[in-house]
Design a protein around this ligand. Structure first.
Ligand code: SF4
Length: 499
């Protein structure tokens, strides 16, 4: 049912338009009940900040322009300033130009004059390629700007060049960024926008948010801020908690009106992992695969339970590194010795130099004589292969280490064990609290890899005080040590469940 006059429907913006493309419910909630969303955490905020930093650098691609710095909540002021600047023929570019047309308002990252009467529109993204989801962003701007009477000759998408190697010092926009010409694809997408906007306005005119169930669209192309709210509308033990739920199986279950794992009919064939999850939920008991013990017995002492923390910013920090290249700066190692004793060692790079050589040297020395290296996911092996490429002096020693028996505990858990409190996730952050409820991450200042890398970055900045640096290092050490201790606790708990 419609309840709203057309002129009461909120203005759409670029971000509301992309929200509406992802999910009409997301659009509705963004407009009318934004408080139901989860605010961005430190990790997400860091991604936004990196995007803003790349956006600022990108202005040098079309230099000499004027920045419209009116905040987003003063959009009309930005539109007015843009209108005046457009009339000044000697201004080569405008950054953050504002427009409102036909109920849609946008700010354009870069608008560069290509002639007295035509312009180039550049949308800036801090990814390393032009992605499908970037096209609507650019296309909606193209549509609005042309509706405002400008001629757009070219639409470009500026993104980070994945082959860029940071030489140190100031980031040079024309080295760091590549501009892809997306004029044709943006233009043909723009022709479809009218119909999409009409559908969005119908949704916005309703009394209630559209009744859309959670699914993969909640996480792609963007993580939806309303997920916790929408998840709470699902029954307990939602089918969304089935590990590895495929789109086909989800549709099959939803078509059969099955929303809870408890209601899945026997005739629906599940994978072994999904079946274990269902049994754990139905019985309330952890479910063990028959090969669990045999898999765990492959861990021979001395066994090193290791975890790395890495840095992979869009804007490289250390000369010689590339955008998003993983630079390991910290390791933790819990060692299970042959006599049953356990010890712990750790490394956290200090100073503002590239930490990789010191990281690798210290790790190689620590892991000498290891019979087994235990990790949670294949990430650590990948990091070591990356180090081989940049540390030729240590390449052979790293190869030797990679040839030791490596055991991925994540694969063992996923393949042979399920506790219903995993809630469909095998991440360490889900598995540890389920199996060792007294040892969670809640007491730690740092609870995630992205926050850890930001903390490390802050700790090596010259302007960070000595006291703050000490605190950050203490928090980092506590976090990484928790990850490696977690693996031992998980093994103990899984073995305890079989007793
Ligand atoms: S969580 Fe999913 S269903 Fe809910 S608003 Fe977001 S995208 Fe839509």
């Amino acid at each position: 049912m419609l309840h709203m006059a057309d002129d009461a429907i909120p203005l759409l913006s670029k971000s509301r338009f992309t929200s509406g493309l992802q999910c009409l419910r997301k659009l509705y909630l963004s407009c009318f009940q934004p408080g139901l969303g989860t605010p961005p955490d430190a990790a997400l905020q860091a991604v936004f900040d990196a995007g803003a930093a790349v956006g600022e650098i990108a202005r040098d691609l079309r230099s000499g322009g004027v920045l419209i710095d009116d905040p987003y909540d003063r959009h009309d002021d930005a539109v007015e300033r843009t209108r005046k600047l457009l009339a000044e023929k000697d201004i080569p570019s405008i950054y953050e130009a504002g427009f409102t047309e036909d109920g849609v308002r946008i700010r354009a990252d870069i608008l560069a004059r290509t002639s007295e009467s035509s312009w180039e529109l550049i949308e800036v993204k801090s990814s390393t390629s032009a992605k499908e989801e970037h096209i609507p962003d650019a296309a909606v701007q193209l549509m609005v700007i042309e509706q405002a009477g400008l001629t757009i000759e070219r639409v470009g998408l500026a993104h980070i060049d994945r082959d860029y190697v940071y030489p140190g010092g100031k980031y040079e926009a024309d080295q760091l960024l590549t501009v892809e010409d997306i004029t044709d694809v943006a233009r043909s997408y723009a022709e479809t926008i009218g119909g999409k906007l009409a559908l969005m306005r119908v949704a916005l005119a309703g009394d209630e948010p559209p009744d859309i169930a959670i699914g993969p669209h909640c996480h792609r192309p963007y993580e939806c801020q309303f997920f916790a709210h929408c998840r709470a509308r699902e029954p307990d033990w939602s089918i969304e908690e089935l590990p590895g739920l495929s789109a086909k199986r989800r549709k099959q279950l939803r078509d059969a009106d099955v929303r809870s794992i408890l209601d899945i009919p026997d005739e629906i064939q599940l994978s072994a992992t999904q079946d274990r999850a269902r049994q754990a939920i139905v019985t309330g008991e952890p479910q063990l695969g028959v090969n669990l013990e045999a898999e765990l017995n492959k861990i021979e002492a001395p066994a090193h339970f290791i975890d790395f923390e890495t840095l992979g910013p869009a804007l490289p920090v250390f000369p010689g590194t590339r955008p998003f290249e993983a630079v390991p700066f910290q390791w933790s190692d819990h060692v299970l010795h042959q006599n049953g004793d356990m010890t712990h060692s750790e490394f956290l790079a200090d100073g503002s130099d590239d930490p990789r050589a010191a990281f690798s040297e210290s790790l190689l020395s620590q892991l000498q004589g290891a019979a087994t290296v235990v990790v949670y996911s294949g990430y650590e092996e990948l990091c070591l292969r990356g180090l081989q490429a940049v540390l030729p002096d240590q390449r052979l020693a790293l190869e030797k280490l990679l040839n030791v028996r490596w055991v991925d505990l994540l694969k063992i858990v996923r393949g042979h064990f399920y506790h219903r409190d995993f809630r469909g996730s095998f991440s360490l952050k889900s598995v540890l609290p389920a199996l060792a409820p007294d040892v969670t991450y809640e007491d730690l200042e740092i609870r995630g890899g992205m926050v850890a890398s930001n903390a490390y970055l802050e700790s090596i900045r010259p302007e960070t005080s000595a006291g703050q640096r000490r605190k950050l290092r203490k928090d980092l050490l506590a976090y990484c040590a928790r990850d490696t201790k977690a693996m031992l606790l998980i093994i103990d708990a899984m073995r305890g469940s079989s007793a």
